[in-house]
Write a protein that binds this ligand. Structure first.
Ligand SMILES: Cc1cc2nc3c(=O)[nH]c(=O)nc-3n(C[C@H](O)[C@H](O)[C@H](O)COP(=O)(O)OP(=O)(O)OC[C@H]3O[C@@H](n4cnc5c(N)ncnc54)[C@H](O)[C@@H]3O)c2cc1C
Ligand code: SF4
Ligand code: SF4
Length: 374
C-alpha cells in the first residue's frame, strides 16, 4: 500500500478552508519552495498558495513528495497528541484541562521591566536572560509598526535588551511572530526563541514531532501567552473610536481583565465591556481550543489577584532549568500558585471554555474534558 504523503492539497481542504486554520504561518515558514504566502489584508491572516505550481488548492512540489507544510501545521490531524508525546513523552489526560505543567507566579526583580511589561515583566526578563546568556541568538516577538500610533502589531526579531524592552506589553490584534523567522536566520541566528499565543506556541512542537528539518531544530525555546482570542484591527475604528471617541493614536496601553482596559496618553483610563468587543473576534480564533499555550516550554498570563505578577505554567525540563537559573541569579522572584487559588480556578475555567470550541467534525482529542464539571 502506498504511504500517504499529505501536502498543501490536504492542508488546504482539512485546515485552511475548514476553519481550523489559526493563521500561525508555520506552514509558510517551513515551505522550502516560493509558493506559499501570507495574507493580512482585511483581517484575513491566512496562508495561500500562489496561482502557480498547482494553483490555489494543490501543489506540484507536494505531488512529487514534499510534505513540509503539513508537518509544520499545529492544527493538522492529530496535532495535539503528536505534540504532547514529543514534548512530554505522553498524551495529556482529560483532567489536565490546561495541559501538562505546574503553576506559579513570577515577576522580574528589575522594577523597570515590571513597569514596562504587561503583567510581571516575566517574559521580558526571560528573553533578556536567554539572549544575554548564550541560550538563544534571537527571539521572534511582536512589536508595533512605525512610531506605534497605528497600533498595528507586527512580527519582529529581538536580539538585545533594548529590542525586548521596546516590544514588551500585549497587543490584542494578531501577530504571526513566526513570520520574523527568516529575518532572524538571515541575521545568523541558529537558536531561536518564539513568543506567542497557543496557536503559535504549538508550531515548534509540531515541526519537531514530524521532523520538519532545520526550522524544527532552530526553534529551540517556546514562550507561550495565555489567550482566549484576538481581535480584528477594525475594533479600533468601529468600537474604540466610534463608540468611545478613543483614537488609536491616543492609546498608551491596553489590557484585558474581565473588561477591555485602555490607558490613554492624556492620563485617561477607560473600561469597555468585553461583550461589546465580541463582534470583532478574529475569525482564526473562533475554533481554537488552546487557552493555555499548552505546548510551550513556559506559558504566561495575567489572570489573578496580583496585577504586577505573571502567572507562569512551567511545562518542560528546559522551562524548569531556565526558571531556576533566573531565580538563582536573582532576576525573578516567584511565589507558589497556591497563593492565588482564584487564578488557578479561572485558568481551569477559561481553558475548558476554549476546548469546547474545537468542532465535533475534527479529531476528538482537543475536545476531551474531565467528566466532572468545573
Ligand atoms: C493576544 C493576547 C491575548 C492574551 N490573552 C490573555 C488572557 O486571556 N489571559 C491571560 O491571563 N493572559 C493573556 N495574555 C498574556 C498577557 O497579556 C501577557 O502577555 C503575559 O501575562 C506576559 O506578561 P509579561 O509582563 O510577563 O510580558 P511582557 O514582558 O510584557 O512581554 C510580552 C511579550 O508578548 C509579546 N506580544 C505582545 N503582543 C503580542 C501579540 N499580539 N502577538 C504575539 N506576541 C505578542 C511581546 O512581543 C512580548 O515579547 C494575552 C496576550 C496576548 C498577546
Ligand atoms: S494553522 Fe498555521 S500552519 Fe496550519 S494552515 Fe493555518 S497558518 Fe498554516
Ligand atoms: S484564540 Fe489565541 S491562541 Fe487561539 S487562535 Fe486565536 S490567537 Fe491563537
Amino acid at each position: 500500500m502506498a504511504v500517504e504523503k499529505p501536502q498543501w492539497r490536504e492542508l488546504f481542504s482539512e485546515v485552511v478552508t475548514s476553519g481550523l486554520c489559526t493563521g500561525c504561518a508555520a506552514c509558510v515558514i517551513a515551505c522550502p519552495h516560493p509558493v506559499l504566502e501570507y495574507e493580512t489584508d482585511n483581517g484575513a491572516y491566512k496562508p495561500f498558495h500562489l496561482d502557480l505550481d498547482g494553483g490555489p488548492d494543490d501543489c506540484t512540489h507536494g505531488q512529487k513528495g514534499c510534505t513540509m507544510c503539513t508537518r509544520a501545521c499545529p492544527r493538522f490531524r492529530n496535532w495535539e497528541s503528536e505534540i504532547d508525546i514529543q514534548r512530554f513523552a505522553r498524551e495529556r489526560t482529560a483532567d489536565e484541562v490546561w495541559g501538562v505543567g505546574d503553576v506559579l507566579l513570577a515577576r522580574a526583580t528589575d522594577e523597570s521591566l515590571v513597569e514596562n511589561g504587561q503583567d510581571g515583566g516575566f517574559v521580558s526578563a526571560l528573553l533578556i536572560y536567554v539572549l544575554e546568556n548564550d541560550v538563544v541568538d534571537a527571539a521572534l516577538v511582536s512589536g508595533l509598526e512605525g512610531d506605534g500610533s497605528t497600533w498595528h502589531a507586527v512580527p519582529m526579531v529581538a536580539r538585545t535588551r533594548d529590542d525586548v524592552v521596546t516590544t514588551a506589553k500585549s497587543r490584542y490584534t494578531y501577530s504571526a511572530n513566526l513570520l520574523a523567522y527568516e529575518e532572524a536566520v538571515e541575521g545568523g541566528a541558529e537558536r531561536i526563541a518564539l513568543v506567542g499565543m497557543g496557536c503559535l506556541a504549538s508550531a515548534p512542537g509540531a515541526m519537531q514531532a514530524r521532523k520538519a528539518g532545520k526550522v524544527a531544530r532552530r526553534l529551540s525555546l517556546t514562550i507561550g501567552l495565555l489567550c482566549s482570542k484576538t481581535f480584528d484591527d477594525s475594533i479600533f475604528e468601529k468600537l474604540f473610536e466610534a463608540q468611545y471617541n478613543i483614537k488609536r493614536a491616543d492609546i498608551l496601553k491596553m489590557n484585558i481583565k474581565g473588561v477591555f482596559q485602555l490607558w490613554t496618553k492624556d492620563g485617561g483610563f477607560h473600561e469597555i465591556p468585553l461583550k461589546e468587543a465580541q463582534p470583532y473576534t478574529r475569525e482564526g480564533c473562533t475554533l481554537c481550543p488552546d487557552f493555555a499555550a499548552e505546548h510551550a516550554d513556559l506559558s504566561t498570563g495575567g489572570i489573578g489577584a496580583f496585577g504586577d505578577w505573571t502567572l507562569v505554567i512551567v511545562r518542560t525540563d528546559l522551562g524548569r532549568e531556565l526558571l531556576s537559573a533566573m531565580k538563582e541569579k536573582g532576576l525573578i522572584e516567584t511565589r507558589p500558585g497556591d497563593d492565588d487559588p482564584g487564578a488557578v480556578a479561572l485558568l481551569h475555567k477559561l481553558a475548558r471554555v476554549s476546548r469546547k470550541r474545537w468542532p465535533e467534525t475534527a479529531v476528538p482529542g482537543p475536545r476531551r474534558l474531565p467528566v466532572t464539571p468545573g
